[in-house]
Design a protein around this ligand. Sequence first.
Ligand SMILES: Cc1cc2nc3c(=O)[nH]c(=O)nc-3n(C[C@H](O)[C@H](O)[C@H](O)COP(=O)(O)OP(=O)(O)OC[C@H]3O[C@@H](n4cnc5c(N)ncnc54)[C@H](O)[C@@H]3O)c2cc1C
Length: 437
Amino acid sequence: MTNQRVCIIGGGPGGLASVKALNLEPSKSAIDLYELRSSFGGVWNYYPQKSKIRTDEEIKDNEIKDYSPVYKHLETNVIHELMAFSNFPFTCQNEFPTHEEVLKYLLDYSETIGDIDNLYFNHKVVEVIKIGNQWEVTAQSSKGSITKSYDYVIAANGHFYKPFYPEIPGLEQWHVNDPYSLTHAKFFNDGVDFKDKTVVLIGGFSSGSDIALHLSRYAKKIYVSLKPDAKVMGELDKINPFIEIIPEISSLDYESKTITTNDGQTIETDSIIVCAGYFYDLPFLKYSTICKKHYIDELYKQIFWYKDPSLMFLGLGRNVNPFPMIELQASVIARVITRRIPLPTMEEMEISYLEDIKQSGRGKSFHDYKPPKDLEYTKYWQDVIIQHQAQHGLNSPVYEGRRLELKMKAGEIKDQRIKSVNQKFLFKRGLISPSYP
Ligand SMILES: Cc1cc2nc3c(=O)[nH]c(=O)nc-3n(C[C@H](O)[C@H](O)[C@H](O)COP(=O)(O)OP(=O)(O)OC[C@H]3O[C@@H](n4cnc5c(N)ncnc54)[C@H](O)[C@@H]3O)c2cc1C
């Protein structure tokens, strides 16, 4: 018997895991999935032409407005053993898979998820609105638009699409005047595009650090502007002579092509790459105020809109292992949809949400689940699942034994990898001999 009608927005890891979780439930749901691209894989669909497309106008002209921030030589920032979905290991040789390998992994995974009643590739969801007790979802394609009704909506639309540019005097003016010399990490493709250039990076977290590393193979100098207490990964500033940390930037001047730092340094630069992250974005929830740019508000345990939990989210977490976290959330969502896990009352969910907000504050920290918070969160939901017939349905990987050990050392392992890639690049630039330790 078909029960609930479910709309999934997005065919990335989150959408795929949601389909799998629903199909593994004892009772069947009718599943529709909308994906604006022509295939599965989400951000792992790399567009090689990205480096040539930087202004909003050019993006529009090329009709790939939502193309991926993944760049040419990107490899994962976590070893594949920790990244994988349960019972579906990576088969690639590289410990840190390339983006091509991740895409292949996801396409292989998509073969295992079971049926989708209606799969709408090349369809962009443009409106989600509640009418009575149904969600009305409208999607657009080149052939026109369709509107269908659902009991549940799972928003698995990702959050690496809308670049965030910090408000620094002179930044907007520079970007408007020359979007090619002041750009965002989203549009970075290959270090070779910056050969012999001086480049300033604003922000040096995982993407910023990795981009600095890739630039250092070709650029003349890379300055990484960091907030106080922030660091680049792998201590790159100490082991790579091309990379230097500078304090936060107080102003930029497009005319003289200079930036000025908080401690009064003025630096002339050819290019600036903003590595400050992305806005959360739910453009299809036109009449809702829950999208606050740096976080999605009013959520119960990062998944359910507590005011109407038939609207669900997954993959919002920061500083987490995305695939296992997504799989956990999908397994919870599926059980809630098939009514195997009851949710608390709206009042109880609101209290829980307010408690979360009290602890995290309002802002991007609301979704920050760096260890041990992600472990506690995972344990919380896995315990709930165990109490509700865990033997049926999808289960997410448990952090114990070797997996837990690897998880606790994940940062250290990545730092070692960065150091070894760094050596390779310095060797290629003739700065160290092959016998360098
Ligand atoms: C540069 C970079 C490096 C990363 N490196 C790693 C890594 O090493 N390891 C790791 O685990 N994670 C990494 N991530 C995180 C990555 O986001 C996750 O791996 C994963 O892709 C999240 O899955 P998702 O399904 O939530 O989102 P996405 O992968 O973003 O998928 C969302 C999908 O929704 C579609 N969509 C969006 N809006 C609409 C709409 N309105 N209508 C229809 N479809 C829509 C998009 O086209 C997309 O296919 C990285 C991210 C970036 C940006």
